[in-house]
Write a protein that binds this ligand. Structure first.
Ligand SMILES: Cc1ncc(COP(=O)(O)O)c(C=O)c1O
Length: 365
C-alpha cells in the first residue's frame, strides 16, 4: 500500500520503522576509521568478542546497572542483539518446547521459537496491567512445560518500562518452574524518567537469566551490527556454542568502535534522550488534541496509540496512509493482542514530525 501511495506522488512521512535518523556520534566513527586501518583487525575475530570489548561491556553494565559479570565467561559479543535473540532459540529450544513470549512483542522472540520447532505461548500485555505480563494467568501446565520466557523493557512496541518489583516476581515464578528468563534490554538508554533497571540486578536473576544489550539505539549504530549478551555462564556458553558454529563474530574494528561507545563520553546519549523527549511531547500533544489515546511513553522512541472504536489497527493505518501520507505500524503486526493499537516511531527529523503532526490535525476520525 505504501508503494502504491508513493507512486501517486504523495510525500510519505514514515513513522513506521524504529531506526534512528541522527548519525552515529563522531568519536565512534573516528574510532572505527582508525581501527579499520590496522591490519590486525582484518582477520577473523574470535566469535565471543575481543577481551577488551567484553571488558568494556562488563564495565558499562556495572556502572550503569550495578550488575557485576565476569567478562571472560559471562559476556559474549553479538552481531546486533537480534542475532543473539534468534540464536538463543537455536541454543535452547527443542521441538515441542514451550516458550513464553509477550504479545504484542518484538517478532523475533516468537519466530526464533517457531524456526526451532518450539511453540510460542502468548503472554498478553494489556493497558490494565501496565503492559506487564500477568504471571498468575499462565496456566500451571504451561508454566511446568515452559523452557524459556522472553521479556523486554523498555518495551517495543508499548513504550512501558518494568521495575525491580516486577522482575522480582519474574525471578520467583521462573525459579519455581525452572524457566530460563531472556530479557531484551535494547532500549535501556532510551528513557524519560528514572533510568530503567537491568533484569540481572534482581536478586536471584543471575542464576537463570540472560540479558541482551544493543549499541544500536543508544549510540545510533543500527547499521553497524553490534551488541552483547550478559548473564548466567551456562546460558552464555550455550549461546556461544551456537555462535562458534554459525558465525565468526563481529569485525574487530567495529568492536573497537563499540569500546569507544561504551567507555566514552555518554553526554551525547543524554542529548539524544532530550531530542526524543521533544518529539514525544510534540506528538503526544497532537494526538491528545485529536482525541486519540496514547499510552504513557516511559521508554523507547515509540508511541503506542489506541485505535478509536469502529476501526481496526490495519484500518486506521490505511487511513493515515491514504488520507495524510503518514506511515505507522499496525499493532496487530506485533501479535494478536496488539490489535486495537497503532505504533508511531519518533525516528524522523523533528521538522518532518512537525509536518506529520500538522497533517494529523486535518484528519477527520
Ligand atoms: C525490542 C528489540 N530488540 C532487539 C532489537 C534488535 O536490535 P539490534 O539487532 O540492532 O541490536 C530491536 C530492533 O529494532 C528491538 O526493537
Amino acid at each position: 500500500m505504501k508503494k502504491a501511495v508513493a507512486a501517486r506522488g504523495v510525500d510519505l512521512i514514515s513513522l513506521g520503522i524504529g531506526d534512528p535518523d541522527t548519525p552515529t556520534f563522531p568519536h565512534i566513527v573516528r574510532a572505527l576509521a582508525e581501527a579499520a586501518a590496522r591490519p590486525a583487525n582484518h582477520r577473523y575475530p574470535d566469535y565471543e568478542g575481543l577481551p577488551a570489548f567484553r571488558a568494556a561491556a562488563a564495565a558499562f553494565v556495572r556502572q550503569r546497572f550495578g550488575v557485576t559479570v565476569d567478562p571472560a565467561t559471562e559476556v559474549v559479543s553479538l552481531i546486533g542483539s537480534k542475532e543473539g535473540i534468534a540464536n538463543m532459540a537455536v541454543a535452547f529450544v527443542d521441538p515441542g518446547d514451550i516458550v513464553l513470549v509477550p504479545d504484542p512483542g518484538y517478532p523475533v522472540y516468537g519466530i526464533g521459537t517457531l524456526f526451532n520447532g518450539g511453540t510460542a505461548y502468548a503472554m498478553p500485555l494489556t493497558a490494565k496491567n501496565g503492559f506487564l505480563p500477568d504471571l498468575a494467568a499462565i496456566p500451571e501446565e504451561i508454566a511446568r512445560r515452559a523452557k524459556l520466557m522472553w521479556l523486554g523493557y523498555p518495551n517495543n512496541p508499548t513504550a512501558a518500562v518494568a521495575d525491580g518489583s516486577f522482575f522480582a516476581r519474574v525471578v520467583e515464578f521462573a525459579t519455581r518452574h525452572n524457566i530460563i528468563v531472556a530479557h531484551d534490554n535494547a532500549y535501556s538508554e532510551i528513557y524519560y524518567d528514572q533510568p530503567p533497571p537491568s533484569f540481572l540486578a534482581t536478586p536471584g536473576a543471575q542464576a537463570l537469566g540472560i540479558e541482551f544489550h544493543s549499541l544500536s539505539k543508544t549510540y545510533n549504530m543500527t547499521g553497524w551490527r553490534i551488541g552483547f549478551a550478559i548473564g548466567n555462564r551456562d546460558l552464555i556458553a550455550g549461546l556461544g556454542k551456537v555462535k562458534t558454529n554459525v558465525d565468526s563474530g563481529v569485525f574487530q574494528a567495529v568492536q573497537e568502535a563499540g569500546i569507544a561507545a561504551l567507555s566514552g563520553d555518554q553526554t551525547p546519549v543524554a542529548a539524544l534522550r532530550a531530542l526524543y523527549r521533544e518529539r514525544r511531547d510534540l506528538l503526544l500533544g497532537a494526538l491528545a488534541a485529536l482525541g486519540l489515546e496514547a499510552q504513557p511513553v516511559r521508554g523507547t522512541f515509540y508511541v503506542w496509540v489506541r485505535v478509536p472504536a469502529g476501526l481496526t489497527s490495519a484500518g486506521l493505518t490505511a487511513r493515515l496512509l491514504e488520507e495524510i501520507g503518514v506511515v505507522v505500524t499496525p499493532g496487530s503486526g506485533f501479535g494478536a493482542a496488539g490489535e486495537g493499537y497503532i505504533r508511531f516511531s519518533l525516528t524522523v527529523p523533528t521538522e518532518r514530525l512537525r509536518e506529520a503532526v500538522e497533517r494529523l490535525t486535518t484528519l477527520k476520525l
